[in-house]
Design a binder for this molecule. Sequence first.
Ligand code: ZN
Length: 561
Amino acid sequence: METSNFANYTRVEPDLEEIQKRYNVLFERIHSATDSEACLAAVKDWDRLLQELTEWSQLTQTRFYQDTENPDYKAAQDRLDFIWPKYLDLETQMKRKFLESPFRADLQKATSPQLFNLWQCKIQTFDPKIEEDLTKESKLSSEYTALIATAQLDFNGKSLTLSEIGQYFEDPNRATRKLAYEVRSAWFANNAASLDQIYDKQVQLRDSMARKLGCQNFIELGYQRMPRIGYGPEEVSAFRAEVKREVVPLCNHLATAQAQKLGVETLMHWDESIYNPNGNPKPQGGHDWMIERAREMFKQMGHGLDGFFENMLTQGLLDLKSRKGKGAGGFCAFFPLLSYPFIFANFNGTRADVNVFTHEMGHAFQVWSSRRLPMSEMAWPTTEACEIHSMALEFLSWPWMGLFYGEKAAEELRKIHLTSSIMFIPYGVSIDLFQHMVYEHPEASPEDRNAMWQEIEQTYLPWYHYGELSAPSSGRLWQMKQHIYSSPFYYIDYTLALTGALQFWRKSQVNHELALTDYVQLCRRGGTLPFSALLESAGLHSPFSEGCLKNVIADARRYLF
Ligand code: ZN
């Protein structure tokens, strides 16, 4: 890394005209290429250009998330939203040329057939006639992000962000938890009109884009955009059936056990995140202390995670503390020119903070492990595969949980982690099914959408009880999920990946070292293969094969009861 610290890293916005010129030169080179070497050289030069654009766009987005109230960052983000479709247009033209090249077979061999499958899928998702729509779509997503990030909630005399109030969801005092949920619910109820309006505009816009591109509806386009290779809505529906059959009954059982342990008659919404009447195990120190524990954990884990984490620290590639104006949530971005990822999170003093080291570090380590693959686009696999790396590392770090929680609490923590992971699966498929229903009926009103959500809850989340909480009891829980606004059809990824990650958990119960070795190998494969093939390469069952959850759920039941 040339700059000493990521905090000082800047990129100048590329000049559109100049980029267009570079593209024209590349187009000409492909057009006049007389052999595959010449064509491949053009591919490589184009990859360098893409890296520059990615570097700038990732940095712009990251800075905006780091401080959504900074007018310069906001202006740069707006500029990016406006200009990006133009770059997308050029990129799509380029991919089309490679797909149609007489040297395609050689190019595929030198890079990867998966890359060409992805391009085939991606080129169908863009046409200059939707360029303006894409700009509008990004703006609407940014509107949601800013609305959520600037929320100020009054809680017991304190002013908190939506991220910060999350720490009280695990408060041992039931009345405090309930109040925290009420305050959050009230904010969502008060902002319901804006939240409805943003989503309504997004649904109409996405449906209209799909139709302009010749798709039946946005479901088809949404799958292409992800992009889904080798499976479609039918396979996802089969997975949903498996979840209903295998997972929902165990979740009902787990919810009853949780209520008993807490000594409450019914597990209410404000009890869902708490597993011990005295409070969940909490990391025993703050931000700086946890960094040191994480350092120790990765040092012992080895396999390259040790040195990698050290470098992330030295280069200032972690921004984990919560503060006013900072965007919500957590993510990992990759900077191809720095050859390093960056981790963004909002610490709130709960076990979620430890997840950052295990989940986001999984993403970061994977993309870094794949940084030298022939094309930068192959550094990341498709997103459902990406989440295997993150979630599997959460399970593979089980032996070191004592460092964060103390040995006594660590075992309780492991059970909580496994329980909450399992109970997440039906929620994840619900968020996904909701979007299928919404985009199948774009004409539905905001009220209709809330009714759709409630119908889903009855099937997949029968243990949810909201009491008087106004927003969720009127079918608005889905509005708290950023992915629904910003990343349509993304959410199922977490459940598909969890099916893979839980298999790593099973493996690690038998032989941890072997599981870790397989994990690192999988990280290095990056995006060279489609999802199912990546699973297969690591000896894992596909979530679309019948019975994929049976063994894992049976083992989890044995571990937990
Ligand atoms: Zn993730």
